[in-house]
Design a protein. Structure first.
Length: 193
C-alpha cells in the first residue's frame, strides 16, 4: 500500500511512500527515548525514598488529626452532659456545639485529604513510563499496524513526515525523556527537579 499527501494545504511535492517505509521512519524516533537502566533505578529509588518520607509525614499528620478529632468529640460529649446536668445554659451549648461541629467537619475533610494523598504511587508510575520508553522501539517493530498506531498515539502528539525525515512531537513525559537523552544528561548527577 502507498500513501501520499492529500494536498489539503495546497500543492505538495512529497513523493508517494510505501507503508513499510513510513512504518520504518516512524519507528526511528522511538530509539531516541531510551533511558539507561541505572538511571531508571536511581530515579525510582529516589521516588520511593521520597514516598517513604512523605508517608511518615502523612502518618504523623493523620495521628495528630485523629487526636484532634477525638478531643473535639470528647468536648462535645462533656458539654452535652454539662447541659443535661444544668451546668451550662442551652444557648451557650448550642453556640459551642455549632463551633465544634464545624471544626469536626474541617478535621474530617483534612483526614479525607490525607487518605487521598496516600493512594498515589509516583515511583510505580515512573517505572512504567520508563519501561514503556525503553521498550517502545522493540514493541513497535513487533506489532501489527493497528497496535503500532496506538503506540505512536500514546507517545506522540503529532508527527510530520518529510521527504527525508520524520519529526515527532512527543507527549509528556516522553518529551522530557527525549530532551534529556538528546543532551546526553543521563550520565551526570540527577537534578532535584
Amino acid at each position: 500500500m502507498y500513501y501520499r499527501c492529500t494536498g489539503h494545504r495546497g500543492k505538495c511535492d512529497l513523493p508517494r511512500f510505501r507503508e513499510e517505509d513510513i512504518a520504518l521512519r516512524l519507528g526511528e524516533p522511538l530509539k531516541g527515548i531510551q533511558v539507561p537502566e541505572e538511571v531508571v533505578s536511581r530515579i525510582v529509588a529516589t521516588l520511593r525514598e521520597d514516598e517513604r518520607n512523605v508517608g511518615a509525614t502523612l502518618q504523623a499528620e493523620r495521628s495528630r488529626l485523629d487526636a484532634r478529632l477525638t478531643s473535639i468529640r470528647n468536648r462535645m460529649d462533656k458539654a452535652y452532659t454539662d447541659k443535661l446536668d444544668g451546668l451550662i445554659p442551652h444557648d451557650f451549648w448550642e453556640r459551642k456545639m455549632t463551633d465544634w461541629r464545624m471544626e469536626e467537619q474541617q478535621v474530617k475533610m483534612a483526614i479525607q485529604g490525607l487518605s487521598n494523598a496516600e493512594t498515589s504511587d509516583r515511583a510505580l508510575d515512573a517505572q512504567r513510563i520508563f519501561e514503556l520508553a525503553n521498550k517502545a522501539y522493540s514493541l513497535y517493530v513487533s506489532q501489527d499496524s493497528t497496535e503500532k498506531a496506538k503506540l505512536l498515539q500514546m507517545l506522540f502528539s503529532n508527527c510530520s513526515v518529510g521527504a527525508v525525515s520524520v519529526t515527532p512531537t512527543y507527549r509528556k513525559p516522553f518529551e522530557m525523556i527525549f530532551k534529556r537523552a538528546q543532551l546526553e544528561e543521563w550520565s551526570g548527577r540527577l537534578d532535584s527537579n
